[in-house]
Design a protein around this ligand. Sequence first.
Ligand SMILES: Cc1cc2nc3c(=O)[nH]c(=O)nc-3n(C[C@H](O)[C@H](O)[C@H](O)COP(=O)(O)O)c2cc1C
Length: 381
Amino acid sequence: MQIGSLTLPSNLFLSPLAGYTNLPFRLVLREIGGVGLCTTDLVNARSLLEKRSKAFKLIETRPADSPLAVQLFGSVPEEMRDAAQFLESSGVASIDINMGCPVRKVCNVGGGSAMMREHDKTAALVRGMVNAVKIPVTAKMRLGWDDQNITAPELARALEDAGVAAIFVHGRTREQGFGGTVNLPGIRKVVAAVKAIPVIGNGDVVTPQAAKKMLEETGCAGVSIGRGAFYDPWIFKRTMEYCSVRLVAESAGATGSTLQVPPEPTFAERVRVMRRHLDLMIEIFGEALGCRMFRKIAPWYAKRFGPCHEFNKHVVHVSTKTQFDTVLGNYQRWRQQFLDANGELQIRFQPAPLVASFMRESAEGILPQAISIPKGPVERW
Ligand SMILES: Cc1cc2nc3c(=O)[nH]c(=O)nc-3n(C[C@H](O)[C@H](O)[C@H](O)COP(=O)(O)O)c2cc1C
């Protein structure tokens, strides 16, 4: 997969989730594998230029965290340009511009999704950034403000003319928040509107099958995954395996229904990765803050543990690594009552499968569970 001059190892992307897509999480995903490009949480261009420590913490990285895109927001062209130049000189691989954030504080100053309403102004800002750096500049948007204003196709085209190297599009409007269904035909229209740059689809991809459906039905060049990565950090690796096995099998004459989805990780593997995630949180944020932040992360791992209320009840109070280990040990003993003779979770205690909004009608016979929205420093994305 190519984004401007940048060659990526896969066409699967980590979507920015403010408060979550920090260095420890990105390192966890990269260690598991399959992700082509990770993006930071959104960073205020002005705060970066003012060298605020909070902004610098957001762009903290390591060689293993590469290639990395930093997502900028702001509406002052000179600030966005200077911040882009600063990031390029710091070794960042590409810069993404946030045009989807619906938070009033961001929109009121003309940033985030307000940029989708003023195409000429937005294109001029983007051109200034593109001309100032050699690394690719990309844009992330929603389909439009509301159903009456589906502006993404037109904006994507204008931004391509202004020099962006790729468009990321969440298949919902700003008005929709996270409700309803991701609109695959809407993403398809954005794909059709651009001349040559890749369009990356986004929204509700929670399984390898959903990623494949989005790729096939929209013609997008890649898929970006946010909450699905939080719910299942193995999703990139499994999706890559699923898509490549399919290509080989289809060329040998197999059909879609006969193809196996790679197995989900075992409980032991989930626990191993969760502990690694906490170790990295402690290494990067310190034990007190790292453990406090992990209180909202651990329950996401637990969503696939089966019965987990005993874990969630206690993990939200941990302040040290030792306390976390005690909570986990107690939970593992408590969980044994739900295991069968082989040490596997009995079928009736297994968590319901998660189904993407745009696949619910095809999920016959299973009660689909929708993905929840992690709490964060934003009310609604
Ligand atoms: C808690 C939270 C924080 C988010 N932060 C950002 C952000 O910083 N920048 C951005 O462009 N989108 C942000 N988003 C939107 C996601 O990147 C993504 O577009 C959206 O969640 C849909 O994709 P998903 O269904 O794969 O999660 C955020 C979403 C959530 C739930």
